[in-house]
Ligand binder design. Structure first.
Ligand code: BGC
Length: 635
């Protein structure tokens, strides 16, 4: 009932949308810019991380360098810890230093993930499988609310990449391999997060990313090159998400690290000026250290590449301290930019234009309005919404008349696998820290691991045995649930077979290096032995896969798909994932009870050879996948 009311409210919100042209704020923005010094303008165009600010001497750097924006980078944690009150205090302290209202950006890509105990929603790949734009709209509103509560106002989401190759470590940030769906979901997300009303952003600013082709690189290499032979096909595959976000008036777009035919997007004037700037009136930001990396890639002086990026249409530069050979402080970066203007590499007109673009959005956000009201709480219950999303995201790939299980007929449940009690593995990357972390730390009692969810559902008459076999079991009274999980990961480190030495310095201690064999899922030897014993007694085995991408599950005679009576692809379902999985196993939730929920938006590979060949929207000759897009059983 609740869900229905929520949907109704959201549909009304989606239907009644009036787009916002940020240029209505141009006259006021221009008046402000006219009164600014060149240094102040450069301050508006500089986006350093909190870590860089501390590195340069502390929060007073915000005042000294006249900063207009700051970001929490992947691993930023307030000195006192990641609890909400510490983030609030940090945001307040930063705002106090500001000489002009600050944009405070954060990678809230599946909820306000930097903050301890935040509700974490399924990653986009799961939201895609849920096929529920109203729900995405509601999730975006709650994320914006949580971000605003923590004192921030700018979400680096949605990612509208169309992932083409599952070796890409950001596949899970992609909604679908059907660009029409990405368009729809991007639109729903931006509307839900920004909540535009009366030409004002009443929620949080969105950064639609990464323009363009981040998910289409050769061999799925993060930040790699897109070999584009046919522009029309490239746009067909990778552009619709942006159209969805433009139609919802996203106030910001982030430019991709990736290149097209060798030319980094940050300096790809043609693509930015032809397909981005004419359709969008917000401001454009570069990715973290992207100009620095572009300069290294094209082997040209940084100052020149910086000028090219700004002249191509980038208004704000996201800095990094990863390349001390280029600059070692925020002030030093600003000097380089200042010199570019003095040397005529960037015109004063272009600087004014960039700053007007930024300030227009700040005006639309009400940041300059002393009476700006705080964002109101979205309708519904956040944790229920997360649970509904996690339930709808699960895809049932096999069911030999096992699901749903009636707990009243059971005496015992055997749980096998490392991640049976691991909320960190359910959340995946971009949680508290950049690459994510295994374990149940940073959660409150709203979060459930699979073990906790099962306990909630089977009651105390049923025995739960974890990573062991009981003395006796029969198929009448016992089921086994095996949880397989990828180690949490995020960008670059989650790539499979990406041995780029550029990443070696960050590779450890975060995550293992993923090799092609890691995309082929097997049970480990102990689990396999136990499963064989259980199967000999006819005990049904249900396998749940927590993963950021479709993986090979059907290789060989002892493959997980073959040995399981039922198989659920659970993606990265977030903090309510454990309860969602338990609900689906014990019949509190039924797969596909509503139209299209619980179906694949990425085709499932039959072999390792297929991981880069299954893009769903592509017509023509393709290999036959194990399960095609749209697949998902009901129970
Ligand atoms: C990622 C972006 C992210 C940014 C800020 C980059 O490395 O590509 O998606 O928003 O970092 O954390």
């Amino acid at each position: 009932m609740f869900a229905r009311i929520l949907c109704l409210l959201s549909i009304i919100a989606l239907c009644g949308f009036a787009p916002l042209d940020y240029r209505i704020y141009a006259p006021e923005a221009k008046r402000i810019v006219e009164r600014m010094t060149l240094e102040e303008k450069i301050g508006q165009m500089t986006l350093p991380s909190i870590d860089m600010i501390y590195h340069d001497g502390g929060l007073s750097v915000i005042r000294q360098d006249k900063l207009g924006a700051v970001l929490a980078e992947g691993d930023t944690v307030p000195p006192q810890g990641p609890e909400l009150k510490n983030w609030q205090a940090l945001a307040e302290a930063m705002k106090k230093q500001a000489t002009f209202p600050l944009l405070l950006g954060t990678d809230a890509v599946h909820g306000n993930q930097h903050v301890a105990n935040a509700v974490i929603f399924p990653h986009n790949i799961g939201l895609g499988a849920a096929h529920d734009p109203e729900l995405i709209n509601a999730i975006a509103s709650w994320t914006a609310y949580d971000v605003e509560q923590s004192g921030f106002n700018w979400i680096f989401a949605p990612t509208v990449a169309a992932a083409h190759d599952y070796r890409w470590g950001r596949t899970y940030e992609s909604f679908a391999s059907d660009p029409a769906l990405i368009k729809q979901y991007a639109n729903a997300y931006v509307q839900g997060a920004q909540l535009i009303a009366n030409n004002r952003i009443t929620g949080a600013l969105t950064s639609t990313k990464h323009f363009i082709g981040d998910g289409n690189t050769d061999a799925g290499i993060d930040e790699g090159n897109d070999t584009v032979l046919n522009d029309e096909q490239f746009l067909k595959d990778n552009y619709p998400g942006y159209i969805g976000a433009f139609e919802a008036s996203t106030g910001n777009v982030m430019v991709s690290y990736s290149s097209i035919n060798g030319l980094p997007m940050s300096i790809n004037k043609k693509m930015l000026q032809k397909y981005l700037l004419p359709y969008f009136s917000g401001f454009v930001v570069s990715d973290y250290g992207a100009i620095e990396k572009a300069a290294i890639k094209v082997k040209r002086p940084y100052a020149k590449v910086l000028a090219d990026a700004i002249n191509s249409g980038i208004d704000m530069i996201m800095l990094t301290n990863e390349f001390p050979q280029l600059y070692t402080s925020i002030a030093q970066f600003q000097q380089i930019l200042l010199k570019d203007v003095e040397n005529g590499l960037i015109s004063k007109r272009r600087i004014d234009e960039a700053v007007v673009n930024i300030i227009q959005v700040k005006l639309a956000m009400g940041l300059l309005d002393k009476n700006n009201l705080p964002m109101s709480k979205p309708p519904g219950d956040e944790n229920q919404i997360a649970l509904q999303a996690a339930e709808e995201s699960l895809v049932l790939l096999k069911n030999n008349r096992v699901l749903p299980v009636d707990p009243n007929k059971l005496k015992q449940v055997i749980l096998l696998g490392d991640a049976v009690d691991d909320i960190g593995s359910q959340c995946g990357g971009w949680r508290i820290v950049w690459q994510g972390k295994k374990g149940n730390q940073y959660t409150d009692n709203r979060a459930t691991s699979i073990l906790m969810g099962i306990r909630n559902n089977v009651g105390n008459k049923v025995n739960i045995i974890v990573n062991d076999l009981p003395a006796s079991y029969t198929h009448h009274d016992t089921i086994a649930i095996v949880v397989l999980a990828e180690f949490p990961y995020a960008e670059y480190l989650g790539d499979v077979g990406n041995n780029n030495p550029l990443y070696n310095h960050i590779r450890n201690p975060y995550a293992p290096t993923f090799e092609p064999k890691d995309l082929v899922v097997h049970y480990d030897k102990t689990i396999e032995k136990r499963i064989q014993q259980l199967k000999a007694a006819g005990v049904p085995v249900i396998t749940v896969l927590l993963s950021g991408r479709p993986m090979v599950i059907s290789a060989g005679a002892t493959s997980p798909l073959r040995l399981s009576s039922a198989f659920i692809a659970a993606w990265l379902p977030g903090t309510t994932g454990g309860q969602a999985i338990a609900n689906a196993i014990f019949g509190q939730y039924h797969f596909r009870q509503i139209s299209q929920t619980n179906t694949l938006t990425f085709a499932w590979p039959a072999s390792m050879q297929q991981v880069g060949q299954l893009f769903c929207a592509r017509s023509g000759k393709k290999p036959k996948p194990l399960f095609d897009c749209g697949f998902g059983l009901s129970d």
